[in-house]
Design a binder for this molecule. Structure first.
Ligand code: AMP
Ligand code: MN
Ligand code: MN
Ligand code: MN
Length: 283
């Protein structure tokens, strides 16, 4: 099964419309797809309709920003009811404050001589409630402060660098409960990106499971082959289902394209097996 269960549209910080992502997934051979915009499910109906029209199966998706042990952790939700009121309210609360944070980021960048970054970032924003660091990164590349977005996230916008503004996102408990309360599965996104110590990572996995989380991304755009092996072992150790998704944002920026990453190890239980009754099938 070619499943790709992690990507972003203009509804959050991707550059393609949901319909264009669906077409790209289909062209790459994806059979089961999910759009997982950050803190937002406003694109779900469009994504589902486009997928089904292309004869591709669909799972609802989102990626919730969480603060855990002082670090931002992302929790993917899959297969939930997109009309669930508590989930919708929780995501709206998580989005709240992004504008204020972005204005502060602009102020911080101005202190190192980069003026007008907030206004510049706004030009790339598709959803006014969802200004993100990615939009600042696009502006800093376009205005030639940096060569590419990777350079931006090395020199700016991250802890200890200009333009970084700490922010409190949802709690791990709330994010997992919003997803499971809406009938979906919570999945730890790209665990390698948190740079946790073994002890911190053990705490994340343990607390996540205690709250009702059931999955972890093993094969994803920011993991390399040794990470696939490491998190295959973690999934088995913690008895979690495994997910696969490119985390595709943009043809210009993303090195991993939809549906092109290696398959999950046969030792793993894929999230789509556990979610089979939540998969929306073409008629
Ligand atoms: P925010 O939710 O505003 O904090 O922005 C987070 C987004 O920034 C992520 O979802 C990525 O799209 C992007 N991002 C964060 N770190 C990096 C990185 N090292 N390289 C490329 N993109 C990154
Ligand atoms: Mn993103
Ligand atoms: Mn993420
Ligand atoms: Mn993502």
């Amino acid at each position: 099964m070619n499943a790709d269960l992690h990507c972003h549209s203009v509804v959050s910080d991707g550059t393609l419309e949901p319909e264009a992502l669906a077409a790209r997934a289909k062209a790459n051979g994806v059979e089961l797809w999910a759009l997982t915009d950050h803190d937002e499910i406003g694109g779900q109906h469009r994504a589902r309709d486009a997928a089904l029209a292309l004869d591709m199966a669909y799972l609802t998706g989102t990626e919730i920003s969480v603060t855990f042990a002082g670090t931002t952790v992302h929790i993917v939700g899959l297969g939930f009811d997109a009309d669930d009121a508590a989930l919708i309210a929780g995501l709206a609360a998580t989005r709240g404050g992004r504008r204020e944070r972005a204005m502060e980021m602009g102020t911080e960048l101005a202190k190192v001589g980069i003026h007008g970054a907030y206004e510049g970032a706004l030009k790339y924003v598709g959803n006014p409630e969802l200004i993100s660091r990615t939009h600042f990164a696009r502006h800093l590349v376009e205005s030639r402060v940096c060569q590419d977005t990777q350079e931006v996230f090395r020199r700016f916008l991250v802890e200890g660098k200009p333009g970084y503004v700490p922010h409190r996102w949802a709690t791990l408990r709330d994010a997992v409960h919003w997803i499971t309360g809406a009938g979906g599965m919570a999945v730890i996104a790209h665990p390698v990106r948190y740079n946790f110590t073994a002890t911190e990572e053990y705490a994340l996995f343990t607390e996540f499971k205690a709250h009702g989380g059931e999955g972890v991304e093993v094969v994803t755009g920011s993991h390399n082959p040794s990470d696939y092996v490491k998190y295959t072992d973690s999934a088995l150790e913690f008895d979690l289902c495994a997910s696969r998704g490119a985390d595709f944002h943009s043809p210009e920026e993303s090195h991993a394209d939809l549906g092109t990453l290696p398959e999950l190890s046969a030792r793993l239980r894929p999230v789509w097996e556990a979610l089979h009754d939540r998969v929306q099938l073409p008629s």
